[in-house]
Write a new protein. Structure first.
Length: 150
């Protein structure tokens, strides 16, 4: 009986934690590619640094390497598009980055469900990075391309 109660309590805590996560809408690849072209999205890669270095969606930030400074890397505009992704449609690690953005007050947070595997499978380009690559702050990207819609 004790084991049953412990198991039940554990499941309830897990369910409560899951229920606390924000519901994040998906973004299509076409929409994401348009946002990348317009430089109007901040993209968070949640696959880990080794995967990020091997190939990530162009312009993405290595969330795992920079999660402690993510607030300073996101734009001041809380309505800016923030997109999180991980490995594949079966991966749910993206939720850590998406939830972090929501907790910081961002209101336009999306999930690219196909992940890096779907991106690569489509033939879309990727970028590779080396260790220690620090992402450009969103505000610096805006200044570098002032004509783009942000």
């Amino acid at each position: 009986m004790k084991k049953f109660l412990t198991l039940t309590a554990s499941l309830l805590f897990a369910a409560a934690g899951f229920a606390g996560s924000a519901k994040i809408a998906d973004i299509s690849q076409a929409e994401l590619q348009a946002a990348i072209a317009a430089k109007s999205a901040v993209i968070l890669d949640v696959n880990g640094t080794a995967s990020y270095q091997a190939g990530h969606i162009p312009g993405a930030i290595d969330y795992i390497a920079h999660k402690n400074q993510i607030a300073s890397l996101l734009p001041a505009d809380k309505n800016a598009l923030v997109v999180a992704y991980c490995g594949s449609p079966a991966c749910h690690a993206y939720a850590a980055a998406a939830d972090a953005a929501v907790k910081l007050g961002y209101t336009n947070v999306k999930h690219f469900a196909p992940g890096i595997s779907g991106w690569k499978k489509s033939g879309a380009p990727t970028e590779q990075s080396t260790a220690g690559n620090v992402p450009m702050k969103y505000s610096e990207a805006v200044q570098a391309n002032p004509g783009a819609k942000h």
